[in-house]
Design a protein around this ligand. Structure first.
Ligand SMILES: Nc1nc2c(ncn2[C@@H]2O[C@H](COP(=O)(O)OP(=O)(O)OP(=O)(O)O)[C@@H](O)[C@H]2O)c(=O)[nH]1
Ligand SMILES: [Zn+2]
Length: 298
């Protein structure tokens, strides 16, 4: 290690300001060296202290995983070095299935496990939501039904020895869930916001909480969109787990499974082996990517 540098972990990321936890538990408020961006919550970093509670992130260590989303202009790192994505949904307000699919795709593309949490199980509308989610359960994604306001213990076995990142649409009860899993989380978040935001509005922030010595939880802000512009059609197809057995079996080797004749995926959807809802979700993501590329290179 270079002289004067300390290893740490990014436990909060607010725009270009970070909190880094050192090995002894101390937390330093940090900025990055120069214009370096793209440091994410969960990153392992080298910090040069510049004061008793401040430092500069000099370098970012190798990442075991990186979860992205993107808009047409740039990629946004949601979290680094996580092992799983927890997608939080609820029956009320009604959740966007598209967002669930997109979160699952982002997780698969980053080689992460996924768990779907159906929150607000105390509401009578839950049965309907559960029926919508049965498809994902059949695909192999664990589905955990719970009520964050009553009992979060059904989620505990899934969190053990994992670094989990919570994603979800606003209003699904993500904050309530975090607070039930990590008592005092809200207060801590407020403090971090005050320390890091200094009154400015920031759009990207995430906070890492320790659940125990070997399990962590990263909370990310509620999403309304989950852009996947950064994934190629091939990557998207791979991320639909049930498509995998059919890939490479289409008439055209570069088939995008949109309208092509002799497409093994389209055939499987037609004869009911693949879910048409998943095919539609796949096609929407790929069309968005192709439109975006066409505009970029127009
Ligand atoms: N009935 C019921 N309501 C819940 C439950 N969990 C959360 N809520 C309510 O759902 C609403 C939204 O909860 P939040 O925790 O603020 O939602 P959020 O997903 O964090 O929303 P953002 O902060 O916008 O990301 C609040 O009114 C909560 O009280 C639950 O298990 N059952
Ligand atoms: Zn095809």
């Amino acid at each position: 290690m270079a002289q004067g540098l300390l290893p740490g972990r990014v436990v909060a990321a607010h725009g270009k300001r970070y909190q880094v936890e050192l090995a002894d538990g101390r937390i330093l408020g940090c900025v990055t060296r120069g214009k370096k961006t793209g440091v994410a919550c969960g990153d392992r970093v080298q910090v040069r202290p510049t004061g008793s509670a401040q430092g500069v992130i000099e370098s970012v260590g190798p990442r075991e995983s990186l979860l992205y989303r993107s808009d047409p202009y740039r990629q946004k790192v949601l979290a680094a070095n996580v092992t799983q994505v927890i997608v939080v949904v609820a029956a009320v307000p009604s959740f966007y299935e598209e967002l669930v699919n997109r979160a699952l795709v982002a997780a698969e593309a980053a080689h992460l496990r996924s768990v779907i949490v159906l929150n607000k199980a105390d509401l009578s509308e839950t049965a309907q939501a559960q029926a919508r989610l049965a498809l994902y359960h059949q695909l192999g994604y664990p589905l955990v039904k719970l009520s964050a306001t009553r009992d979060v213990s059904p989620l505990h076995p899934h969190l053990a020895r994992q670094v989990s990142v919570l994603v979800g649409q606003s209003g699904m009860g993500k904050s309530t869930l975090v607070n039930a899993l990590v008592p005092g989380a809200h207060a801590a978040t407020r403090e971090i916001s005050q320390a890091l935001d200094s009154g400015r509005h920031t759009t990207t922030h995430a906070t890492l909480y320790h659940l125990d010595g070997e399990s962590d939880l990263i909370d990310s802000p509620g999403l309304q969109e989950f852009g996947l512009y950064h994934l190629s059609p091939e990557e998207v197809a791979q991320a639909f787990v049930e498509f995998r057995p059919y890939l490479g079996r289409c008439r055209f080797h570069n088939c995008r499974h949109l309208v092509e004749p002799g497409c093994a995926i389209l055939e499987a959807a037609e004869n009911g082996t693949l879910s048409p809802r998943r095919l539609t979700a796949y096609q929407a993501i790929v069309r968005e990517h192709l439109d975006w590329q066409a505009r970029r290179y127009a």
